[in-house]
Design a protein. Sequence first.
Length: 140
Amino acid sequence: MARDRRRLACDDARRPAPGSMPRKPVCHISYYEADAFARWSGKDLPTEGEWEVAAKSGVLNDAFGIVWQWTRGAYTPYPGYKAPPGALGEYNGKFMVNQMVLRGSSLATPAGHSRASYRNFFYPSARWQFSGLRLAEYEH
């Protein structure tokens, strides 16, 4: 299955190339800019599942505490999710529509929000504070 051959590119974005200046993680970019860069580079943004599996398995360098990382996931409920009785589902559904998911955490994130399962979200056109990207690619 093609999805099984997918892996996250795990190069540390701050590691300098031989003979070059050190690179820094890109910051304050919109989802559209992150997606455009990924496509330009011949790669992709990871799905939420790919990002979370890689983070939990320790494969990602700097997944937490630098920048939030855009995924290609829209902020929708997980498949099969049903709001519990009395939940503010109508309000939350209207508020969170048309937003994309960021994973990880930034240097400004409270400790309780820095975990592999946490889903942050923001509008794709906005340059969210401390938002960056992580690239995914297929192995050939």
